[in-house]
Design a protein around this ligand. Sequence first.
Ligand code: ARG
Length: 461
Amino acid sequence: MGNLWTGRFEKGLDAFAAEYGTAIGYYKGLYPSDIRGSIAHVTMLAEQGIVTEQEKNKIVEGLNVIREKLDSGEITFTYKDEDVHMGVEGALIEMLGEAGKKLHTARSRNDQVAVDTRLYVKDAAAEITAGLNYLENVLLDKAEKYADMIMPGFTHMQHAQPVTVGFHLMAYFQMFRRDIERLQSALTRVDCCPLGACALAGTTLPIDRHRTAELLGFGAVTENAMDSVSDRDYMIEVISAASVSMMHISRLAEEIVWWNSQEFSYVVIDDSFCTGSSIMPQKKNPDLAELLRGKVGRVYGDLIQLLTVMKGTPLAYNKDFQEDKDALFDAVDTWSASLQLFSKMIEQTEFDGENMKKNLSRGFLNATDIAEHLVTMNIPFREAHEIVGKMVKTCEKCQKDFGDLTDEELSEIDSRLSRASLPDLSMEGCVSRRTSYGGTAPSEVRRQIGAGRRWLEEQIG
Ligand code: ARG
């Protein structure tokens, strides 16, 4: 099918210009939404008496046949079709003749592409939410399994305080929970139907935009026609949510990479998620965790691409906007696939408490516990901090642990100190005492897991 806008032209579009200008590469992702949009549109046109019932029936039937043929590959579009909207409409006109020519009444490709991409985002969001929910469930299960396993907690990549593996994983649970909420929030703004905005200013024909929106399952109708065809902020919000979520994935992926190194050996990633080296026979590389860490780069790129495309564009529609789909599809596909792979990998990753234990004796992880214990002896915290700092200095000088310090050494640091005045210095003691709300004590982590499970159940419904 040739172009559908040739009337005012003396000659056709230059072949290279046509190839350069096409958006047809995205038609496979968009035609389901495009056809849904067209069916709702023509249904409304018939209800409003703008086309006849018979014309509508023919058009709906034709569109369904085209969808089947696109599904089976019997119809394919090429750059000559320009974009998905022209492709579908052209195929319809070829099939139906006159009746097909009525479909484009009271709409434009400008509102069509806006409705298609909104429908696409709504569908994609359902898939991504399912992926995030699944990941959350995997994290809850792992957190429960390792609720008591103690590992060093870090700040500045330095030993800080002991924590449990379950606690650490529940930190990520919270991040991904916010990712779900961020996507849901963006969706409230995606869920507005722009169809019927037409080219930019609405139409003189008696359409019913609320009815079209209802037929397509939108919660609302966009308020201003010019805005409806001019903005892509709803995509930017979704790609932005994808960027934050991919950033979260990259952080845990990075931790898995270093926990998997010989220096740590805190985790064992299943062979099925690692690869070998072409030269070094002993290697088992955490390639996929690294790739997950790296994929965030694409999604940030997608976000910057679309923000840059939109910057400074005047109202209303501009062809620049066609560059939106590349960014949107790539971000959605990358996010969705990464969630799926990441969940499977974490399911197949186990933690090694024995190796963690080897590191727990280094770095005075229990220093804050002593300071807090001194507070209970009515020593002001700032003073307690100073005292424990001195204890660390003494220990480092004579290569000792806190527990090895003698009564003499302790009373030299501060007269109120003795071995008997120190708290239980075991890592188990340190962890189990951190029962403050949100703390790392296993009892508190179990509460967090319970609350997380309840939230997730509500979420899944
Ligand atoms: N192919 C266009 C896009 O993807 C659809 C809208 C085109 N409208 C136009 N008047 N050229 O954004």
